[in-house]
Design a protein around this ligand. Structure first.
Ligand code: ADP
Ligand code: MG
Length: 339
């Protein structure tokens, strides 16, 4: 158990506790007319109780596909082609839908990018909460009402809005209603896929603060997916930088920000304004991520990499340990780095 409240972005909260999620060798393909295209390629990811793990990368890097795969929410043409998702000791990949249903929501819940898509537009918020609870065996009307009010209180929306339809709420309130819904069963793990990206900058920050405060109060672990690295700098304990379906760098958030070990991480950092620093012209990374059917040989980032050398075109790097992080870059190969 976490005994003291975590400090934002402080890797010292990382405990030696057993992870409650262990993803290993996870691969996902989309079946297309041209054959299966691999969108997530051999990702390893562990999340410890109460930990906030961020997954960042440009659009199209496979973040959502991975988030859906972990939650077992993929549908054709996507399918898991390899790997395990162990949650509380069970491999979710091989579980039947019937066995998964009670795990989802109760132990693990998901908040997606657009509440407008996830919420049913023709049902009042109260009815959506009731449906979710009834689907998981809660029949008592008073209990449903009480829990619905509690979760609205948790996210700071007036209980009166239980009677509202989604379109009657602001964008920020809808996202908070989704987060409230994800808390109906006090899950141990909440997977959030760009939950703030439909909001303006001010609403994004306030929602981030609220998510962090909820996490501190309730102690759930978070996998937080975003394309905006600056958003999570003060909130996540560890950070995974994803590119072309692979983890390029994974380690304590502070270390990745202070000394990015992978040129792609550095490029991403340069591409987003710092919240506190002076306003600078942003560099960005020239070019765009590769299409799934045209993965470069060697390092997948090599065609865009400012420090690539000859081997990068032919040698596909594994993850190398670099201090407390792991980085998929030949610069850190022992024979090169002298480690
Ligand atoms: N239904 C689909 N069929 C084929 N390819 C897909 C499909 N959905 C997504 N992809 C591809 O999978 C890759 C990863 O997409 P996604 O997981 O949405 O990335 P991210 O969330 O990082 O933006 C992209 O190259 C995307 O084009
Ligand atoms: Mg996405």
């Amino acid at each position: 158990m976490i005994t003291e409240s975590p400090r934002f972005g402080d890797s010292s909260v990382i405990t030696d506790e057993e992870p409650n999620l262990e993803v290993s060798g996870l691969s996902v393909a989309y079946d297309t007319d041209a054959g299966p295209l691999t969108a997530v390629d051999g990702v390893d990811l562990d999340v410890r109780p109460g930990e906030f793990v961020a997954v960042v990368g440009e659009s199209g890097c496979g973040k959502s596909t991975m988030a859906f795969a972990i939650a077992q929410l993929l549908s054709p043409p996507a399918r898991i082609t390899a790997g395990e998702v162990r949650f509380r000791g069970q491999n979710l990949v091989t579980m039947t839908e019937a066995a998964l249903a009670p795990v989802r929501w109760r132990n693990l819940s998901v908040v997606m990018q657009s509440a407008m898509n996830a919420l049913n537009p023709v049902l009042r918020i109260s009815a959506q909460f009731a449906d979710a609870m009834q689907a998981h065996g809660v029949r008592d009307k008073a209990e449903i009402r009480e829990r619905s009010e509690q979760v609205m209180d948790l996210v700071g929306i007036d209980r009166a809005h239980l009677a509202s339809y989604p379109h009657q709420l602001s964008g920020g309130m809808r996202q908070r209603a989704m987060i409230a819904m994800a808390q109906l069963f006090t899950p141990e793990l909440v997977i959030m896929d760009e939950p703030t990206s439909a909001l303006d900058v001010v609403a994004q920050r306030s929602l981030m603060l609220q998510i962090k405060e909820l996490q501190r109060q309730l102690g759930f672990a978070v996998i937080f997916v975003t394309h905006d690295m600056s958003l999570v700098s003060h909130f996540s304990d560890r950070l995974m930088v994803m590119y072309a379906g692979q983890a390029m760098e994974f380690g304590p958030t502070r270390q990745v920000f202070d000394a990015p070990a992978h040129p792609y991480s550095r490029g991403l950092l340069d591409a987003f304004p710092s919240i506190t620093g002076p306003r600078e012209r942003l560099q960005g990374i020239p070019g765009s991520p590769p299409a799934l059917q045209a993965m470069p040989a060697g390092c997948r980032f090599q065609p865009r990499c400012p420090v690539a050398f000859a081997d990068c075109e032919t040698v596909a790097p594994p993850l190398y340990p670099v201090d407390d992080v792991q980085a998929r870059c030949l610069l850190h190969a022992p024979e090169r780095s002298g480690r």
